[in-house]
Structure formats: structure tokens, C-alpha cells
Design a protein around this ligand. Structure first.
Ligand SMILES: [Zn+2]
Ligand SMILES: [Zn+2]
Length: 379
């Protein structure tokens, strides 16, 4: 079967023929991959030649976002059967720490986990994959066409879940009990700024809009670009951050006097991300999900920064990866987001390729590219 791989000692992406995987345990599922999503992690792996290949191997199959159809199951598998549409999670736990032993490998405490398509374990830019049932999530049949968004949306779901849990430390942000951070309409009377209008930023903004938050999304593309149009389609405001200092971005969102309750960083633009901490409001929360690559040095007034975080009760929290529960949340929200915001998810897919197009998939991306999907036909 064909697979897009990174190879030891070579740069770029390559198409290889690999043996089709087989069921070897009674709790395993064989899945035929139908679509795989490409995201910033994949582009960075190629651009910066970030190879993380298991010992004893010469290649790693790329890709960590997928939707597929079950082809065969081991005798102990209960939750899926052949013909079911499924998605698969990314991280495989260390098998040692308590979070990993309790279905929260996204919070692994040893760092000894692996990740499909990223970290020492083959991914999904291929025709067939095998994994244990616990990592395979059944997709309702009517969501097959949009389920390729499950993994990226699960990353936004986890970040937002972290923020809601942490901010439930104080219920009374306004006079409405229905806007408590653990209530369904928790976004009411709150202002949020999302940094980055890539797929993760747009999906995080969609969740913020669903919850009723007054939402701004900042990026460095013009007002009339496809990304900015998607932002506006959700009833969020687009901030063209080109030439704007972090303070000017915040002032654009809420002026100098009112509250910026939430910052959600999804760009990986490290300098802006750090400088924005200086403009957080009192009792506000900042969720960081973007992962910068290059080393970037800046000067900060450490005393001012610490004084502000302490005296304003601020929280900066990092959020990476996601677990099965976030995949399940994403599958619930996918149809809601798509119908509420005028086919948002369909419009996000701007480019479609085949496995054989591995050179074009990673060639320079322009600002019209939002989500790239690889359509996979088993040979
Ligand atoms: Zn662990
Ligand atoms: Zn309220």
C-alpha cells in the first residue's frame, strides 16, 4: 500500500510502498483510510525537517488527522464493526503514568508517549491502519463527509474545556447565572480574542461563537482574504494584525477600558503571543495551543509581568493534543458548527490532493489555502 513518509537522512516527503498492516490482537481494528487532513504540524515537519522516527526504522508515515471505514475487527472488538465510519486518536500513552492509564494520555506525565504520524509511530497518510479499539471512535453515518475535522476540532475542544474548568473558579463574571463557565451558554457577556485564523483558530472561534462569546480573530492576511471571510461568516470580527502592535490588537477588540476575558493563541507566533500577556485583563485566562519552531529572543520587564499576573489573578495555560472524550465532543459539535455558520467546515476545505501528489501537498502555501485534505483510494 502507498504511504507518504519522511525518511531518515533525506529531507522532504516521499511516497513509499509499505506492507498492508494485519490484525495481530483480538482488540484490534483494521481501518481503510478515506480522507486525511494536513495541518501546521505536518507543514512544519517538512519545512524544518523535524523527523521523529522510531529506533530500528528508516521512515515514519506522516499524518494524524483521518477518517476511515472499518474493514475488519478482532474477536474482542465490541464498539465498531466492518463498514462503520470511524476516526482515530493520535497519542498512545506511556503505559506508566496515571493519566495515561486512565484515558488521558494527552496529559501524560512522563513524556514517554508516542503519536501517530508525529512522534515515533506511523500515521494516517496511507491506505490502511491497524490500532486498538480504545483509540477508534465511531462516527455517525451522516457525518462521514465532515469527520476529517474531528481531530483538529478536538484540539480546540480541549483548549476550551481547560479554560472553562479553570475559570469556573469564579462564577460571577456578570449578573447572569446562565453565563457561568460551566453552563451551556457560558460565552455570554464575554469578549474573546483568538490569535491565528488557520484551521485551529477558526475552529476555536466557532466554539466561542457557539457559546455566545463576542469574538475577535487576528491574523496577518487582508480583510478580504478567504480566512477573514470565514471569520466574519461566524459572526466574529476579523482583526488585520499586520503592522499592529499587541496593544493595538487588544484595543481594537475591546478598547482600553473594557474586559478581554479570554485569549486563545493558535498561531505559534511566539513574540506576539508573549507580548499579549501584558495586555490581559483582570481575572482573565490565556490558552496557548500554537507551538513555535524557531528560537526568538525578546526583552521583557519581568517584575511588571509577574506583578501583573499575580495582582490580576491571571492564568496562562498550555493545551496540547486531545483524548477520546474531546473527539466525542467534536463529533457532537461538527454538525452544529456546520449548520449554524453556513457550511463553514465545507468552505474550510480549500485544497484536495491524492497520496501521489505528495510534492504539491507541502509546496509553499499561500494565504488562500485553509484546510488541505488528502483523498485516499486503496489500490
Ligand atoms: Zn503517560
Ligand atoms: Zn452575562
Amino acid at each position: 500500500m502507498k504511504a507518504i513518509v519522511m525518511m531518515r537522512g533525506k529531507s522532504g516527503a516521499h511516497l513509499l510502498d509499505l506492507p498492508k498492516p494485519k490484525l495481530t490482537r483480538p482488540d484490534e481494528v483494521l481501518v481503510k483510510v478515506k480522507e486525511a487532513g494536513v495541518d501546521g504540524t505536518d507543514y512544519n515537519m517538512i519545512k524544518h525537517n523535524l523527523q521523529d522516527i522510531a529506533e530500528g526504522r528508516n521512515e515514519i508515515v506522516m499524518g494524524h488527522e483521518m477518517v476511515g471505514v472499518v474493514e475488519n475487527v478482532g474477536r474482542k472488538v465490541m464498539s465498531v464493526s466492518p463498514g462503520d465510519t470511524v476516526v482515530m486518536t493520535v497519542r498512545r500513552g506511556c503505559g506508566i503514568c496515571h493519566p495515561c492509564l486512565h484515558n488521558q494520555s494527552d496529559m501524560c506525565m512522563t513524556g514517554l508517549f508516542t503519536e501517530r504520524g508525529i512522534h515515533k509511530r506511523d500515521g494516517y497518510f496511507t491506505e490502511f491502519v491497524v490500532d486498538q479499539e480504545q483509540y477508534v471512535v465511531k462516527v455517525p453515518a451522516n457525518l462521514a463527509k465532515l469527520a476529517v475535522f474531528t481531530e483538529p476540532l478536538s484540539i480546540a475542544e480541549k483548549g476550551i474545556a481547560q479554560l472553562r474548568t479553570i475559570q469556573s473558579r469564579f462564577p460571577w463574571t456578570c449578573g447572569h447565572p446562565e453565563h457561568d463557565f460551566l453552563a451551556a451558554d457560558w460565552g455570554g457577556c464575554k469578549t474573546a480574542l483568538v490569535l491565528g485564523a488557520g484551521p485551529l483558530g477558526v475552529l476555536a472561534a466557532a466554539l466561542l461563537r457557539l457559546a455566545g462569546a463576542y469574538t475577535f480573530v487576528a491574523d496577518i492576511v487582508p480583510e478580504n482574504s478567504p480566512k477573514a471571510r470565514l471569520v466574519k461568516q461566524m459572526g466574529a470580527n476579523y482583526v488585520d494584525a499586520r503592522g499592529k502592535k499587541p496593544k493595538e490588537i487588544v484595543d481594537f477588540c475591546c478598547g482600553s477600558s473594557s474586559q478581554l476575558d479570554i485569549v486563545f493563541e493558535a498561531s505559534g507566533a511566539a513574540v506576539t503571543a508573549v507580548k499579549l500577556v501584558n495586555y490581559m485583563s483582570r481575572s482573565s485566562i490565556y490558552v496557548m495551543t500554537g507551538i513555535p519552531q524557531k528560537e526568538l529572543l525578546i526583552q521583557v520587564d519581568a517584575a511588571q509581568l509577574v506583578r501583573q499576573i499575580v495582582s490580576y489573578n491571571q492564568v496562562v495555560v498550555g493545551s496540547v493534543n486531545s483524548n477520546r472524550s474531546h473527539f466525542e465532543m467534536a463529533l457532537k459539535d461538527i454538525p452544529v458548527i456546520n449548520s449554524r455558520f453556513g457550511g463553514l467546515l465545507e468552505k474550510m476545505i480549500t485544497h484536495r490532493f491524492k497520496l501521489q501528489d505528495h510534492d504539491q501537498i507541502f509546496s509553499a502555501t499561500d494565504e488562500t489555502r485553509i484546510k488541505t485534505v488528502i483523498e485516499i483510494e486503496a489500490s
